[in-house]
Design a protein around this ligand. Structure first.
Ligand code: IPE
Ligand code: IPE
Ligand code: MG
Length: 229
């Protein structure tokens, strides 16, 4: 009897290597972020047309990324704002709904406004949900969720805590990190418990749909046992 293939519903990506990509070409690091943002659009397009992918979560800015030089942080904030505004048209074209996880309140009021606007305008789309993890840290997410339950005097169980997280979406089936780093960097620690993990040397601005398809091919054939035999 042939083995059932795994179905991919929720894909998560740590988009890493933008700075190195730019440096290799003699550019300033921020050039890599610009190119990386284009790749994010292409991959979202692919996910919107994919028959089984419902959600794609991208790690775009971590709670630790504030440690970067001020000019780079400022650039990333501006890029996010202008990118989202430009993206509205493509969200409509792809039928993609825009969502976020992370501490949006940590951003400027203007950027928060843009984020809220794009969410509202795309809320009706159903081909794919694109979640950007923005000012996101998994430890913070888990600690805050536990604290809210405790404040409401509710029991803390796997189910209640899982539902209280800011990402009560279906579990993540597969996670890809680009750029050769083999770590999670505080990304979705709870939600990745049973995900299939893939690490590629490719830098994010060089990542292609062809490579994504190769990884998905490996994923569908992996033996996911979830503790069973
Ligand atoms: C990922 O690329 C994008 C962000 C973290 C915002 P990096 O900026 O981390 O690129 P490298 O890892 O320095 O090459
Ligand atoms: C993780 O990448 C965060 C994002 C991709 C947004 P980093 O480049 O910040 O992670 P470290 O510092 O290499 O762990
Ligand atoms: Mg990096």
């Amino acid at each position: 009897m042939s083995k059932n293939k795994n179905i991919l519903k929720h894909l998560a990506i740590i988009m890493d290597g933008n700075g190195r990509w730019a440096k290799e070409r003699g550019h300033v690091r921020t050039k890599g972020h610009e190119k990386g943002a284009e790749v994010t659009r292409e991959i979202t397009h692919y996910c919107a047309e994919h028959p089984t992918i419902e959600t794609v979560t991208f790690y775009a800015f971590s709670t630790e990324n504030w440690k970067r030089p001020k000019y780079e942080v400022n650039f990333l904030m501006k890029l996010l704002d202008s990118w989202l505004k430009n993206e509205l048209e493509t969200y409509h074209k792809f039928g993609a709904k825009f969502e976020t996880v992370g501490n949006i309140e940590g951003f400027s009021p203007k950027l928060q406004e843009t984020i809220a606007y794009i969410k509202k305008e795309t809320a009706h789309h159903t081909n794919v949900t694109q979640i950007l993890a923005l000012n996101y840290g998994s430890r913070e997410e888990i600690a805050k969720a536990a604290s809210r339950l405790a404040q409401r005097n509710e029991p803390i169980t796997e189910e209640s805590l899982g539902n209280e997280l800011n990402t009560p979406y279906n579990d993540i089936d597969m996670m890809i990190r680009t750029s050769g780093e083999v770590r999670l960097s505080n990304f979705l620690l709870w939600q990745l418990s049973y995900s299939e993990l893939f690490f590629t040397e490719t830098l994010w601005p060089d990542f292609t749909i062809e490579e994504l398809e190769e990884i998905i091919d490996q994923y569908v054939n992996r033996d996911r046992r979830f503790g069973g035999i």
